[in-house]
Design a protein. Structure first.
Length: 255
């Protein structure tokens, strides 16, 4: 990464009203709310980046500000994390933004730097991450999103279906060449500010409505999404079971 370039601002969208796991961000792990585990992790692995939280209300704001983190309070009625980031950036005025999820307490430095690097080319409007699938069961799981890229590393399509379909695999679902290995999408993003503003003005497209994947909105109107392939997953907390797994990792000192 070119040190002369101005670093993007990391903006973490955070809301309490999670559909699958309500109020998960204030669930305590070792006496500390989950959102603070994420905040302290980002500060530790990416200390050179400006870090701001875009929250949906006073409860999260107080938790974060009391621990010394910068916060912008946004409209609780905003429909997505991307909308929350765009609203916050009207105040921040960053030329580019990295989106780390508030429920990602194990995000790694390589994830953040890979998003930044993938966002640098002039033609890239947005960046995201992918990791090769290892298990066939994961590849077939509709809850694990797949991405197919072109020869320059830009996304062609995202889907819940197993793509690419390996017609001639004869039961071998994973290709031998790196370019043939199916890729799992990781939901972390980088945005250029002009793209972010347009993205939130555009209505969801047909593909987004069908697949329930927000990034398809960008592809439908011709945006370029640069995909960086990394070698480790993040660990998102989407359920009480995930929170128990995170606690176990802390206990085993893996974290």
């Amino acid at each position: 990464m070119n040190e002369q370039l101005k670093l993007p601002t990391i903006v973490v969208p955070a809301r309490l009203a999670s559909t699958r796991f309500p109020e998960k961000l204030i669930k305590e792990v070792k006496g500390k709310p989950l959102i603070l585990w994420t905040a302290e992790r980002i500060k530790k692995v990416a200390p050179e980046f400006e870090l701001i939280f875009a929250v949906d209300g006073r409860e999260l704001r107080k938790i974060l500000e009391d621990s010394g983190f910068s916060v912008i309070e946004t409209d609780p009625c905003l429909s997505s994390g991307t909308d929350r980031i765009a609203a916050a950036n009207k105040e921040i005025q960053a030329s580019s933004v990295i989106n780390v999820q508030a429920d990602e307490p194990l995000v790694e430095r390589q994830h953040i730097l890979s998003l930044v690097t993938a966002l640098i080319p002039d033609q890239a409007d947005m960046s995201t991450l992918a990791v090769p699938f290892i298990e066939e069961a994961d590849f077939l799981d509709p809850n694990q999103v797949k991405v197919v890229c072109d020869g320059q590393g830009y996304a062609i399509y995202f889907s819940r279906s197993p793509i690419p379909y390996l017609r001639d695999s004869e039961g071998k679902w994973k290709g031998e060449e790196p370019g043939a290995i199916p890729l799992k999408h990781i939901g972390l993003y980088g945005y250029k500010s002009a793209f972010l503003e347009r993205f939130c003005r555009e209505s969801p497209g047909k593909l987004e409505k069908i697949e329930k994947l927000e990034q398809l909105r960008a592809l439908e109107w011709g945006a370029k999404i640069s995909v960086s392939i990394v070698h480790s997953l993040t660990v998102g907390i989407d359920s009480p079971e995930d929170l128990l797994k995170f606690k176990a990792l802390l206990k085993s000192e893996v974290f």
